[in-house]
Design a protein around this ligand. Structure first.
Ligand code: MRU
Length: 338
């Protein structure tokens, strides 16, 4: 396989390694990964996270295992096991479906390697296309609010929603970003703040429950978020708390955009109700952990509800920024996602 290098995933000198996103921003630790069980554990613990990145990390591992001489049966099992690691982001299923097709070829090794290289390189250009299209929606001086982390850490390229923000910054639009900290796992406070600081984009970190008052006081001009799965009717799943923002945006008449590559579209999924939502460990809500250690604040046996994602209905979306174009409510009538 050719050398492939992204911000949090790389394949160099016959070794696959991932940047530990759970330890960021205070520690930059890379893990070499050479087995399905290890990759599943990295993905489940959110050391490897973000819809496009999960799919690509699993893909590169399958190509690596093929190069190591694993049999067709072993590779088929690896694809099945990796695909079942997290249920919501459809990019993982999209990538594993492509790898299954490659595995069925006569020259399955060549096909798996070239499919993996293609999916990785394709994601880089999909990010660029979305960023270019999305940045056109940004006005000079805009205050943009975003949720979770959708940057270079979550993709092979510059990101989805955060890629749009970065592009607008590069175009000297003098934007400022409100960063939702994104409870419970703080992808905003830990990762988005870290990426924006590195890119020198002006930002202010807020707790998720501060967005409403900012909107009421006219301090949010636009909202850009990513997606883990977009259904055929335009409903989409993204990090829990996205739906809150969409409702607030509607009430305050603030444009609300979702930015995602076409690999996040699930044309077979009729609507948001059919998107499987991952439920996670109660401990993520009863306390917080990271490079700083563990802090538990809730009573030991507190009952917890912890869905990783929520669904935003299409009626609350101003525009869907895909790599192929920016789509509006009118386009939904034309069945563009079907
Ligand atoms: O649980 P995570 O951190 O993997 O959730 C990530 C998100 O919800 C992102 O917004 C989404 O994957 C888009 S990333 C380009």
């Amino acid at each position: 396989m050719q050398t492939l290098i992204a911000r949090s995933l790389k394949y160099t000198n016959n070794e696959l390694s991932v940047l530990d996103q759970y330890l960021l921003p205070h520690q930059e630790v890379w893990h070499a990964c050479d087995s399905v069980a290890q990759m599943q554990s990295l993905i489940l613990s959110l050391k490897v996270r973000g819809a496009p990145l999960i799919g690509l990390a699993a893909t590169l591992l399958v190509a690596y295992l093929a190069e190591q001489g694993q049999s067709k049966a072993q590779l088929a099992q690896a694809i099945d096991d990796l695909e079942s690691t997290r249920p919501t982001a459809v990019n993982l299923m999209h990538c594993m479906a492509k790898m299954r097709i490659a595995l069925a070829q006569d020259d399955h090794l060549g096909a798996l390697v070239s499919t993996a290289e293609h999916l990785f390189n394709e994601d880089v250009s999909l990010c660029d296309q979305m960023a270019t299209l999305g940045a056109e929606l940004v006005n000079p001086g805009d205050n943009i609010l975003t949720h979770c982390n959708t940057g270079a850490l979550a993709t092979a390229g510059i990101g989805t929603a955060l890629g749009v923000i970065y592009k607008a910054h590069q175009q000297q639009k003098h934007i400022h970003v409100w960063v939702d900290e994104t409870r419970p796992l703080l992808q905003g406070g830990r990762l988005t703040a870290y990426e924006l600081a590195q890119w020198e984009v002006p930002y202010t970190l807020i707790c998720d429950n501060m967005a409403a008052s900012l909107m009421m006081s006219g301090q949010v001009d636009k909202i850009f978020v990513g997606a883990d799965r977009i259904a055929a009717n335009g409903d989409f799943a993204n990090k829990v708390g996205t739906y809150n923002l969409a409702v607030l945006a509607k009430h305050h008449q603030i444009p609300f955009y979702v930015v995602a590559p076409e690999t996040t579209l699930d044309r077979a999924c009729p609507n948001g109700q059919a998107i499987p939502i991952e439920q996670r460990d109660p401990q993520e809500v009863t306390g917080v952990s990271g490079s700083f250690g563990v802090c538990q604040w809730a009573p030991r046996r507190a009952k917890v509800y912890n869905p990783a994602f929520d669904v935003t209905p299409a009626c609350l979306v101003t525009g869907w920024v895909l790599n192929s174009g920016v789509y509006s409510q009118q386009d939904l009538v034309g069945d563009v996602f079907k």
